[in-house]
Structure formats: C-alpha cells, structure tokens
Design a protein around this ligand. Structure first.
Ligand code: FE
Ligand code: FE
Ligand code: ZN
Length: 290
C-alpha cells in the first residue's frame, strides 16, 4: 500500500515534510510549496532539499510517491481578466521549476473555474495555458485533478478531463489525479468504483492516473460541494474507501489523505493505521486528541 497525506512545508521545509510523513507511518506525501491560497513563495533551500532526499532514501520512500500541489489561486480557465490569466501561467511555470529543484515529478493542478466564460472557452483557455507552460523539456508532469463541480469549476467529469488532455500538445507531460470526495460530489458513485475505472480506462486510459486523493465527503452524491470528511466519517463510508485504496488496478498509485484536522491536530497517523488494518476507528477524535 502506497499511502500518505498532505503535509506542511511551511514549518521545516521539505525535510519537515518527510519527518511528518514518517511520524504518520506513511510512505508517500503531498505538499504545497507555500500557502495554498496565496502566491508568496520562498526560494527553494537546496540544503533542505538535500537533507530531505537523504531521509527519503534512507526510509525507502520512492520519489514518484512525493507530490506537489499547485495553489488554488492559479486559474487557467478564465481569460476575461488577461492579467490574472497571465499571472496564473507565469506562476505555474515557476511552480514547475520549484518542483524540479525539489526533485518532485508530479504537480497536482485544479483545471480552473470558468467564472463568466462559457465552458467551451474555458476549455480552450486551460489548454492554451497548459501549452504555454509545458514543452518538450518539462521534467515535471502536471496532474489534472477531478473536481467536485463547486461553482463554475471545469474538469468535473470524464468528458471534460479528456477534452483537456486532448488539447494538450505534449500529451505525456499531463496526467490525472483522482479525488474520491470530488468524484462523489460530482456525481460518481464510489461504491461502483470499478465501473468508474472501466469508463476511465475506455475514455482516457488508467495509465494516466498518477495520484489518488483518498477523502470521505461531508455531502451526498452529486452535491457539488467539495467538503472533505475523515475516512469513514462521511457519506462515502469506510468500506467503500477501503475498496478504493486496495483496488489492484491502482496498486502503484500513491493514495494521499486530505482529510480535515481535528481541533488543530493532524489525524493522519490514526487514519493510515485504520486503512492498513482495514478496521474503522470509531474513536478517531479521542485518539487524535489524546
Ligand atoms: Fe486539490
Ligand atoms: Fe484533492
Ligand atoms: Zn477538495
């Protein structure tokens, strides 16, 4: 099982991310290179990266299971304010460079929100943006995340994800990150996950899936909300999420928890333990707070 969680880069850089990962009993992790909601980024500290990689190697963590997530402020879908779109493109270019310095191969990206653009125009804008940042020399693969359909988000079903991939020139530089909460909220019944994978394979190809966000959802199927819940504490449920985590077709894909903190404490050690033991923890809150 390749499993980990979102970790915090803000405190002790990449080295701190690995420390947190090990404390959660994980062998994969994902982080933002700064606050997800803003564009303030410190220069990458190469000493930190070196120390982090030594710790990664000595714990047999594979770099393909270390993921970065681009900040939400990047929106390639909306060109109505051209300066904002250009800012997104430039920020994404810099983010790819940061990933390269960090030695990270995958960058998860929300395709964007249409705002006042038509979905057709938004699709074109996303493809234009990706084609501006990705070229033959790009060493980092961008993973388009499947979205819940909150507001005017793009990338909320297989058709839309496929359309973006079709519009990308360097097709081997763009893949997909599934998110179980987003899929549920977009209307995909996760209890029929194998059926979804069949459809995905037919439309896109399972080899495009390089990361999976394993989250429960606070809201019902098709609610278009995007609010994550702890594993087994939402509408998807523990057994269904276990079936996703152990699906043999996604065996080599890292499973990353983005479940909510409990009173400012990371729940990941106990959630990962529950997944590895395939046993629902009905005392998660007590365990996390003890
Ligand atoms: Fe995301
Ligand atoms: Fe996600
Ligand atoms: Zn989400």
């Amino acid at each position: 099982m390749i499993i980990g969680s979102h970790v915090n880069y803000g405190k002790d850089g990449m080295y701190g991310c690995v420390k947190q990962t090990l404390s959660y009993g994980a062998n994969a992790f994902m982080f933002y290179t700064g606050a997800p909601q803003n564009s303030i980024r410190k220069a990458i500290d190469l000493d930190d990266v070196k120390k982090a990689h030594e710790l990664i190697d000595s714990n047999n963590i594979e770099m393909k299971n270390v993921i970065c997530h681009a900040p939400y402020i990047i929106n390639l879908a909306n060109k109505a304010k051209i300066e904002a779109w250009e800012f997104s493109v430039n920020f994404l270019k810099e983010e790819l460079k940061r990933c390269e310095l960090l030695g990270v191969s995958y960058l998860v990206l929300h395709p964007g929100s249409c705002v006042l653009e038509t979905r057709e125009k938004a699709l074109q804008n996303i493809c234009d943006g990706l084609n501006e940042v990705v070229d033959n020399d790009t060493k980092v693969m961008i993973l388009l995340e499947t979205m819940a359909g909150k507001g005017t988000e793009y990338g909320i079903n297989l058709t839309e994800i496929k359309q973006i991939l079709n519009g990308v020139i360097y097709k081997n530089k763009v893949g997909v990150c599934l998110d179980t909460c987003h899929l549920n909220d977009s209307g995909v019944d996760i209890s029929l996950f194998d059926k979804y994978l069949d459809d995905f394979d037919k439309e896109i190809g399972l080899d495009k899936i390089k990361c999976l966000h394993l989250n429960d959802s606070l809201n019902p199927l098709g609610s278009h909300k995007d609010r994550h819940a702890n594993i087994g504490y939402g509408t998807i449920g523990f057994d269904t999420l276990i079936n996703v985590a152990y699906n043999s077709r996604l065996k080599d894909v890292p499973k990353i928890l983005e479940t909510p903190y409990i009173e400012d404490h990371a729940p990941y050690y106990y959630e990962i333990k529950a997944i590895l033991e395939k046993k629902f923890n009905e005392h998660l809150k007590e365990d996390v707070l003890k």
